[in-house]
Design a protein around this ligand. Structure first.
Ligand code: AMP
Length: 210
């Protein structure tokens, strides 16, 4: 089974993807993470993508397809995957049709103001990539998994957040119609567990029908 997760930045898409990946054995593919890994390794592709990312703009499609196709063609993806952060435009969705079949698309819904609030207080671990939020219970400023001090991503700063959410609204939301024949909607206003529960039920019932 191959899934796409749609949802604005800060909607909790990444956390939902991790839960699905753990319980359903699907590989989580985040194009944002792939770019950040490529930057960390100082690869040409990552360095080309970096300036766009820091401004909160979309990376050009040739670079994005290159990094996605490399990942998707690895053997572990044969058991199924969840795309988190791809596609982000109709053009990318059309290109995806050439390389993979998508069974379902989960749209994570959260109002604009709430996305801004969550992104502004989001902090990331530079070592393991785990994310936390300054407003969450037990937040210490250090990673809960590996203890490394957390930092604020450049693109989680106010100017970039505004651009990212504008780009999402304009370029990515048309995908909701594009995938209307296989769409499952969920609100992420509650806790991560509240968001995951209906998705887990939906996916588990599919399994039973087979
Ligand atoms: P994310 O971690 O998903 O918020 O992605 C961080 C940044 O990586 C985005 O703001 C874009 O600059 C870039 N990026 C990630 N996925 C894509 C994509 N599918 N198309 C273009 N740029 C992307």
């Amino acid at each position: 089974m191959n899934l796409i997760l749609l949802g604005a930045q800060g909607s909790g898409k990444g956390t939902l993807a991790k839960n699905i990946s753990r319980d359903f054995g699907l590989v989580q593919i985040s194009t944002g993470d792939l770019f950040r890994e490529s930057i960390a390794k100082k690869e040409k592709l990552g360095l080309k993508a970096q300036a766009y990312m820091n401004r909160g703009e979309l990376v050009p499609i040739e670079l994005t397809l290159k990094i996605l196709n490399e990942r998707i063609s690895k053997p572990d993806c044969k058991k199924g995957f969840i795309l988190d952060g791809f596609p982000r435009s109709i053009e990318q969705a059309e290109a995806l049709k050439e390389v993979a079949n998508i069974d379902y698309v989960i749209n994570v819904e959260l109002p604009y103001e709430e996305c801004v609030a969550r992104l502004t207080t989001r902090r990331t671990c530079p070592n393991c990539g785990d994310i936390d939020n300054m407003t969450y219970k037990g937040y210490t400023g250090n990673c809960r998994k590996c203890g490394t001090p957390l930092f604020q991503r450049d693109d989680d700063k106010p100017e970039a957040i505004k651009t990212r959410l504008e780009v999402y609204e304009k370029t990515t939301t048309p995908l909701i119609n594009f995938y209307s024949d296989r769409l499952f909607k969920v609100s992420s206003l509650g806790t991560p567990e509240d968001t995951y529960r209906p998705v887990k039920d939906f996916l588990s019932n599919l399994g039973r029908k087979k």
